[in-house]
Design a protein around this ligand. Structure first.
Ligand SMILES: Cc1cc2nc3c(=O)[nH]c(=O)nc-3n(C[C@H](O)[C@H](O)[C@H](O)COP(=O)(O)O)c2cc1C
Length: 188
């Protein structure tokens, strides 16, 4: 068994600092850290990247740092708001940058545990986002953990690192634990 800590990268949120999806993601990373993981958060403005362009000259330093961390990651947790029935353009564009990993030995999200969180203002949107994020994780050859978390932001509030609904906090904790646990399995 590897002595190295699993490295878990979180990507998501909106351009609004402190959005529900950003806080849900930060909570997931806190739970992952409590399970012994090293974590890195790419949230909100960190994801304000140019529209992905496969031209080799188009990579920015900001995007390169994110891809370097994703290459090193043993697990990834993605959180997106529902924008007009689906994953936001900000989060989808960040995911599209994983095309830079197409020629890696561990191509895309191969050999990585993937956790997903969908947020929306109602019950329908978060479920649709969750399904889309899990389809993207699958398309990228990642291993979706069993539990995905759907957050109705009209009901569930996040503040000061906490969550108003204990049942949602518990789901986030279980999902983060599954990501860390599966990451450890891949590492061994
Ligand atoms: C451009 C835009 C489109 C949105 N479309 C939807 C939608 O289709 N379904 C939905 O449930 N919520 C929708 N929302 C609400 C966001 O999903 C919600 O604000 C987000 O999940 C979390 O809220 P917060 O970022 O304000 O904390 C939309 C919000 C914006 C700004």
């Amino acid at each position: 068994m590897s002595q190295r800590k699993p490295f878990i990268v979180g990507m998501g949120g909106t351009t609004r600092t402190g959005s529900s999806s950003e806080q849900a993601l930060a909570l997931a990373l806190r739970y992952a850290a409590e399970q012994g993981a090293e974590t890195k958060l790419y949230a909100g403005k960190d994801l304000l990247l140019p529209m992905y362009d496969p031209d080799p000259g188009a990579m920015t330093d900001q995007a390169r740092h994110m891809i370097d961390d994703l290459r090193r990651a043993d697990g990834v947790i993605v959180a997106s708001p529902c924008y007009h029935g689906g994953v936001s353009g900000l989060v989808k564009n960040a995911i599209d940058y994983t095309e830079e990993m197409r020629n890696d030995a561990r191509v895309y999200f191969d050999g990585r545990a993937i956790g997903s969180i969908g947020c929306g203002y109602g019950f329908q949107g978060p479920g649709m986002v969750l399904a889309q994020l899990r389809a993207m994780g699958h398309a990228l050859r990642g291993w979706n953990v069993p539990l995905g978390v759907a957050v109705n932001s009209a009901v569930v509030k996040f503040s000061d690192g906490g969550c108003s609904e204990p049942a949602i906090a518990k789901q986030i904790e279980i999902m983060a634990g599954q990501v860390v646990d599966h990451a450890r399995r891949f590492m061994s």
